[in-house]
Design a protein around this ligand. Structure first.
Ligand SMILES: [Mn+2]
Length: 343
């Protein structure tokens, strides 16, 4: 067993109650990872809850144990009480408590130095205030780190079941874009094979996640594609979904999921952005994707107060929608040569 795995497992064994946190706008990887670990730790007799800052998107509501997630936005007092009574807080698939949103982060940060904190994640630059870290940016998903953790501690051999396998498979599948993004490795496929052997219904999971569009969601995608802007000389594209459009198609959390990936599906395009003006939010959300070595984590940090991975990152803008688009176009021009080199 790796030393850090042993240290985190020791703390888990000592803890009576554990809170596991996922990031805002939760996705298949953070939820699959956190729920799988919670599922198995519950079998060992631990009191564990997964806390999400905000709502579970529709395409993940079929997941095992999803109804056990405490949603801070909906039941803030219950979530805060669980945190207060926990002796250990584990951050899953995010690198700092800040990724849990302003209000929840404020509560969590109070406990740094007072409760035991651990982090299991694959994003760059983990928060140095957290002592116990399993952080591996070379992994395609956090779910693979969770699998390795369970295997090294022997928990997988003792407690693995169909539910845990399904949850971990969902995390890997969604974060690797169905096993096609750059960091998908032989190890990723070995893990997937073990999960299917343990009962993960792989075809069912694909259908639940990808083939359950509502008519509105499909129309929203069509709108985004029809209005996609291309800057061919820089190998860049972008799409904008303003508040009015989202309202027209009765936006629900998760409806914009995956749209950004179409922006780099074009030949000759190595960088794309989806700008979303969420109805319930003042700031504007940006999602970035790239092919090859154009680093969108760096781009998101430099221009849009965000970050993530080399080929997938996110950011925010407090400016108006028009000014955000102008700022993006200017940033694309500044990076034109770097982007086109990978197109
Ligand atoms: Mn992830």
């Amino acid at each position: 067993m790796e030393n850090i795995v042993r240290q985190i497992y020791d703390q888990i064994q000592k803890a009576h109650q554990i809170a596991m946190l996922v990031h805002t706008h939760p996705d298949g990887d953070c939820l699959g990872s956190a729920l799988a670990l919670a599922h198995i730790l519950e079998k060992t007799g631990k009191k564990v809850r997964v806390i999400s800052p905000d709502a579970i998107p529709g395409y993940l509501q079929w997941m095992p144990d999803i109804d056990k997630v405490l949603i801070f936005e909906q039941t803030p007092r219950q979530a805060a009480e669980w945190l207060e009574k926990s002796d250990m807080i584990i951050l899953i698939d995010h690198n700092t408590p800040k990724r849990t949103g302003e209000q929840l982060a404020k509560i969590v940060e109070k406990y740094i130095g007072k409760k035991t904190f651990a982090l299991i994640d694959h994003h760059l630059q983990p928060d140095p205030r957290i002592d116990l870290q399993i952080s591996d940016p070379d992994k395609a998903s956090t779910a693979e780190l969770i699998f390795d953790f369970l295997q090294q501690t022997g928990l997988w051999d003792r407690y693995a079941d169909r539910e845990a396998a399904t949850l971990i498979y969902t995390g890997i599948m969604t974060d690797t874009g169905s096993f096609r993004f750059g960091k998908t490795s032989a190890g990723t496929h070995h893990t997937a094979a073990e999960l299917i052997a343990k009962g993960a219904p792989n075809e069912y999971i694909h259908v639940q996640v990808y083939d359950t569009y509502s008519y509105d969601k499909m129309q929203l995608l069509a709108h985004a594609l029809r209005h996609m802007k291309i800057i061919p000389e820089c190998g860049a594209s972008y799409m904008v979904l303003d508040r009015k459009t989202l309202e027209k198609f009765h936006y629900r959390p998760g409806d914009t999921e995956g749209i950004v990936n179409y922006g780099i599906s074009l030949k000759g395009i190595a960088f794309t952005t989806l700008i979303t003006q969420l109805p319930d939010n003042d700031s504007i959300k940006l999602s970035f994707r790239s092919k090859g070595d154009f680093d969108v984590n760096e781009f998101a940090r430099k221009y849009f107060n965000g970050g993530g991975h080399k080929n997938a990152a996110g950011g925010r803008s407090a400016a108006s929608l028009d000014d955000t688009v102008k700022k993006l176009e200017k940033a694309i021009r500044e990076n034109c040569h770097k982007i086109i080199a990978h197109a």
